[in-house]
Design a protein around this ligand. Structure first.
Ligand code: FMN
Length: 312
């Protein structure tokens, strides 16, 4: 069946998109993600200037959870121009029209304005505004996504500096107790969509043999399959609170997981950590599993399952 779906007026061949920060480093790796079955890609978060991440070890996972303190390493916008250019040239040269979402990040609101303007010159299909990374708090303080007014201010400035020409998707944090208030504020500030969520926490894992935290940074953002009920509940609440569409991201390993997030209210489904559990071709595997479930359950169009749990 045709798995295509429209998100913020952008057409995606299927709802599975690469989440930011995983595999999205070079134009060629983004292209490989599409060849491995994704319906779209999100770049890793791009800074104005080069940004060093945290020292190793930066990641650790088991069958229940995954922690990372990669720390948003990036070569900066000048290098990203080449990589996004490579992807866009490929996009224009063939028929698999899988959109590119450019993720931007900054430590100051004024830097968000500048990076937004520069990224818009590259004509991505949408811009994701990362205001929610929990593992750079030592450097940047509490993420803007944890404060309603700051989240709205970043949204407004990014929307303004891109002249309203690109869908602006604001990536929210699950680590707040006023999630729907924050979502309403970014919607009112001009966001065209939201991504729910970035990683949880930060959390910590201790090696009991050495009594030391496993990550060099000591703490890291938490993802992985055990978080799914929290992600589903967050998306469910957001769907009732705002009209703008949601990229449901977090804990998805299988087609059934993706369908669950869509029934809660997601239009697209971001997939990141699943690469560590099921390999680089996880995108196509999940899309295939979704297709099989839809065929068995007489779903004719993917939009039928978006928010289905709110209509029963
Ligand atoms: C290794 C790693 C690096 C990440 N880097 C970024 C990043 O650069 N920007 C961002 O917005 N989110 C980043 N994230 C968060 C993911 O995009 C995603 O929101 C989160 O991991 C939940 O989805 P998942 O369970 O499918 O991984 C990163 C996550 C991981 C595991």
């Amino acid at each position: 069946m045709d798995l295509s779906i429209v998100y913020a007026n952008v057409h995606f061949p299927n709802p599975i998109v690469l989440a930011s920060g995983i595999l999205g480093v070079t134009g060629n790796s983004l292209k490989n993600v599409i060849e491995n079955g994704a319906g779209g890609v999100t770049t890793k978060s791009i800074w104005l200037e080069e940004h060093l991440g945290h020292p190793n070890p930066t990641m650790m996972g088991n069958e229940h959870f995954f922690v990372n303190a990669v720390g948003l390493p990036d070569a900066g916008i000048e290098k990203a121009k080449d990589e996004i250019g490579t992807y866009m040239n490929w996009y224009n040269s063939q028929d698999k029209k899988a959109p590119l979402i450019a993720s931007i990040v900054a430590g100051k609101i004024s830097d968000f304005a500048e990076i937004a303007e520069k990224i818009a010159e590259l004509k991505p299909h949408a811009i994701e505004v990362n205001i929610s990374c929990p593992n750079v708090e030592d450097e940047l303080g509490k993420p803007f996504a944890c404060d309603r007014d700051q989240a709205a201010e970043v949204t407004k400035i990014v929307k303004k500096r891109t002249n309203g020409e690109y869908p602006i998707v604001v990536k929210l944090s699950p680590n707040v107790n006023n999630l729907t208030e924050i979502a309403k504020a970014v919607e009112a500030a001009g966001a065209d969509g939201i991504t729910a969520f970035n990683t949880f926490g930060p959390g910590m894992v201790i090696d009991i043999e050495t009594a030391q935290p496993v990550l060099a940074n000591k703490v890291g953002g938490v993802s992985g399959p055990g978080l799914k009920p929290l992600v589903v509940k967050g998306i469910f609440d957001l769907y009732e609170a705002v009209k703008i569409p949601i990229i449901g991201t977090g804990s998805v390993l299988t087609g059934r997981d993706a369908i669950e997030l869509m029934m809660a209210g997601a239009t697209l489904v971001g997939v990141g950590t699943a690469v560590y559990y099921r390999g680089n071709d996880v995108f196509g595997k999940i899309a295939q599993e979704m297709e099989e479930w839809c065929d068995e359950n007489d779903v004719k169009d993917m939009s039928e399952i978006v928010g289905r749990s709110h209509r029963v």
